[in-house]
Design a binder for this molecule. Structure first.
Ligand SMILES: [Zn+2]
Length: 61
């Protein structure tokens, strides 16, 4: 059998990668500043980077 070209063939669209909206809590970084508290009075001693609990560090909503 001879292979025939199908003229009615539609050009295949390239699959567009689905980009989920960035997380609004960490702004897409996956990290959030967490206030570190110590002592009985929970005195804030500073902040450290913590994993965003909204997106679990992926940065995607
Ligand atoms: Zn996040």
């Amino acid at each position: 059998m001879a292979a025939r070209k199908t003229a009615a063939r539609r050009p295949a669209k390239p699959a567009e990668p689905v980009q989920p909206p960035p997380c609004t809590v960490c702004e897409g970084t996956g990290l959030v500043a967490v206030t570190v508290r110590v002592g009985r009075r929970h005195r804030p001693v500073g902040q450290q980077e913590g994993m965003c609990l909204s997106c679990l560090g992926t940065g995607e909503a």
